[in-house]
Design a protein around this ligand. Structure first.
Ligand code: BDR
Ligand code: CA
Length: 307
């Protein structure tokens, strides 16, 4: 069982990532931490509480972290995730408490209290960068960082930049240069994880409240992905990072050099991935390239069926 902290900004796909991480027996989900991204910190933290309440997730700690990027102003993903950050389901009042510690401090505390922990960030990397900067002695205690973010092809906020990296590229740069073993599950991979109508039908048949919540959320996500990106079905980005931790065979990677662009006028936030090894810079990142679609959705549906 791998000890995991999920650092997220729920968020539709973050929610599915959380439900998968909590339900799968390969993962011991120690904590969920939140960061401003898809919506304000207040909203994404409320959303995490809402989801954990509906799913009956009680033993996993929850802490809120950074309410803005390290350097830039916050730019949210409201157009994709809605006014609440998690539109598409009517949540009852949340009962799950929020830990008093800042997410970065909780991450530091848990890393000191445990042998090795895998971090799964599915949001801007602000909390992770803050934790590493505040206490660099945690670096060797991190088993691996398996993040959803970046792309080795085209972006979704600019032609080359993906949202999680672009929102706080300075934080991403700190994480990519930290020396921690890193896996980048970027858009080039996650766009292979679409919740097709066939997939949604399978979830609908599960007939439990968590599955009904998932269907409501996926339906909303489908509508905004159609409106803004003309996608026929929404990609469930963040759950792909969790799937990689559960079973690396589901997400194939190539080990290459990746750097984060911080200065480009048109390329700020790009994850420059040297897939052909032409720069001579040392490899530092497993870049996800190929998803096993069937195995991914089997895993996800098994998880949703367990609630
Ligand atoms: C990422 O940005 C957010 O909208 C999603 O939750 C995902 O983490 C995709 O670019
Ligand atoms: Ca996210």
């Amino acid at each position: 069982m791998k000890k995991v902290i999920l650092d997220c900004d729920p968020g539709h796909d973050d929610t599915l990532a959380l439900l998968l991480a909590h339900a799968n027996p390969a993962i011991d989900l120690l904590a969920v931490t939140t960061v401003a991204g898809n919506q304000t910190l207040e909203k994404v933290t409320r959303n995490a509480r809402n989801v954990m309440t509906v799913a009956g997730i009680r033993k996993t700690l929850l802490a809120a972290g950074a309410d803005r990027p390290l350097v830039r102003e916050l730019s949210t993903g409201e157009y994709i995730h809605g006014v609440t950050g998690l539109d598409g389901y009517n949540f009852p009042a949340p009962t799950v408490p929020v830990d008093k510690r800042h997410a970065a401090d909780l991450i530091i505390d848990l890393l000191h209290a445990n042998d090795k922990i895998t971090l799964i960030p599915t949001a801007p990397l602000t909390n992770i960068a803050l934790a590493i900067r505040k206490d660099p002695t945690i670096i060797p205690k991190i088993e691996e960082i398996v993040l959803m973010g970046g792309t080795n092809s085209t972006g979704n906020v600019t032609p080359l930049a993906e949202a999680n990296i672009w929102i706080d590229a300075e934080a991403a740069d700190i994480v990519f240069r930290s020396g921690v073993p890193l896996t980048m599950v970027g858009l080039n991979l996650t766009h292979q994880a679409k919740a097709t109508p066939e997939v949604v039908d399978r979830i609908r048949k599960l007939d439990n409240e968590v599955a009904r919540m998932a269907v409501g959320l996926i339906d909303f996500f489908a509508s905004t992905y159609k409106k803004y990106f003309h996608f026929d079905a929404p990609p469930i980005h963040d759950a792909c990072a969790v799937a990689r931790v559960i079973n690396p065979d589901i997400v194939k990677c190539e080990f290459v050099n990746v750097v984060v662009e911080l200065k480009g006028t048109y390329t700020y936030g790009a994850t420059v991935s040297d897939m052909e090894g032409i720069t001579g810079r040392p490899a530092n990142t497993n870049v996800a390239t190929k998803l096993d679609f069937d195995k991914f959705w089997d895993l996800m549906i098994e998880a949703l069926g367990s609630y």
